[in-house]
Write a protein that binds this ligand. Structure first.
Ligand code: SF4
Length: 288
């Protein structure tokens, strides 16, 4: 039996995450004390790598206990309150918010200011508690209605104008379903504005990863458990290849998953999965 193990060339860090990791590596390389607000990326192995180099991961409310060093904002973005906390503490800031998220924050803020004038509402489709969603809602002084599923739509007032956005890592198909329900319930569907602001770095990967998963006997999907796009991409793999396994690290690879007919094994991952981790999984399989 000849075993073939390939890593999906389209998996791994998106440009927003790459930029944030590079910023952290550059600061640490200069010997600076770096405090990242929240997990730099939804991948424990990559966070551990940077923490071994000296980076500290902190909660937002810990900023007030820091007196020197650089605060790093990760790709997910932050709410205006976070910027105020850094300024009040007189600390230097490296803002590695992804340019796509930054642009979305500005759009939401402008839409919120407009909707206030016409008695409208801002709604954001996203994952509850996700840092990007917190940063987006912060642009509306936390007045936006957060929609994680159809059940949350009851919080909207359908007799008033509604403007809907999406967190970048949500599924575009589910976003369109939410739009259709809002329009069918609205007193005046013309007063419903919707912007599919899911990120193409994620959505473009769904068809590509499906194609990749179809071509292999067995798929090992590597991702942090709390990565939103990791869930979307893993589900995409499973929809076309039921022999798809979700792992967070090489130690989780199980020998019994492999049968003699599994000669082609594909490894892929989320936009927060480092290439070195997928390579470590490949090495583990080859040693089995
Ligand atoms: S998924 Fe898109 S929006 Fe999110 S960090 Fe990556 S490039 Fe930026």
């Amino acid at each position: 039996m000849s075993l073939k193990v390939d890593i999906d060339p389209h998996s791994g860090f998106c440009f927003g995450v790459t930029k944030a990791i590079e910023a952290a590596d550059a600061l640490l390389g200069k010997g600076e004390k770096v405090y990242c607000v929240g997990e730099i990326v939804h991948n424990q192995a990559e966070s551990n790598r940077l923490e071994l180099k000296g980076m500290k991961t902190i909660e937002l409310n810990q900023i007030q206990d820091i007196n020197s060093g650089t605060i790093l904002f990760r790709a997910h973005g932050e709410s205006p309150l976070s910027y105020t906390l850094v300024k009040d503490q007189n600390l230097s800031l490296k803002d590695a918010t992804c340019p796509v998220v930054l642009k979305l924050q500005k759009r939401i803020k402008a839409a919120w200011l407009h909707q206030k004038q016409i008695d409208g509402q801002i709604a954001i489709y996203g994952k509850p508690g996700h840092p990007e969603l917190i940063g987006l809602a912060g642009q509306t002084n936390d007045e936006a209605v957060l929609i994680s599923a159809v059940k949350d739509l009851t919080q909207l007032n359908f007799s008033r104008p509604i403007e809907l956005f999406s967190q970048t890592t949500m599924s575009p198909e589910e976003f369109e379903e939410i739009v259709a329900i809002i329009k069918s319930n609205a007193d005046n569907p013309k007063h419903v504005l919707h912007h599919n602001t899911t990120c193409r770095q994620v959505t473009g990967r769904v068809p590509r990863i499906k194609q990749f998963a179809k071509d292999y006997d067995l798929i090992l999907f590597v991702s942090g458990k709390n990565s939103s796009n990791g869930k979307v991409l893993y589900n995409a793999c499973q929809s076309v290849n039921p022999k798809s396994y979700f792992i967070t690290k090489p130690e989780e690879v199980e020998r019994h998953w492999f049968t003699s007919s599994d000669v082609k094994v594909g490894i892929c991952g989320a936009t927060s999965t480092p290439l070195w981790l997928m390579e470590a999984v490949k090495d583990t399989i080859l040693k089995l």
